[in-house]
Write a protein that binds this ligand. Structure first.
Ligand SMILES: [Zn+2]
Ligand SMILES: [Zn+2]
Length: 103
């Protein structure tokens, strides 16, 4: 059996994307922009801007989820729209509402 080691440190690309929090998603529970060490950005250089966690990046996946929640696309039954639609909206209009500033 293969043991999959979860990445616990951000990649260089992650540090670039979440520069304010050293490559980690900001911990919203603290009302500050301190890093959430359980949510590193593990995007690679070729990863799409605002990838939404398609590359299994924890930070960007979380940012996408937060967007869906804030945009009221998320219901107890799941997404109200198709995931492609949600990702498209996220890429277009999220910068103000979520942590990822798209540098
Ligand atoms: Zn990422
Ligand atoms: Zn990514």
């Amino acid at each position: 059996m293969t043991v999959i080691k979860l990445p616990t440190v951000p990649t260089d690309e992650g540090r670039r994307r979440y520069a304010d929090t050293d490559g980690y998603y900001p911990d919203r529970s603290l009302h500050t922009r301190s890093p959430d060490i359980y949510s590193p950005c593990t995007c690679v250089a070729g990863c799409a801007p605002r990838c939404g966690g398609k590359c299994h990046c924890t930070a960007c996946g979380l940012d996408f989820k937060v967007y869906c929640d804030v945009a009221r696309l998320l219901t107890p039954d799941g997404l109200k729209v198709s995931e492609e639609d949600a990702v498209a909206r996220y890429r277009e209009e999220a910068p103000i509402q979520t942590a990822y500033v798209g540098r």
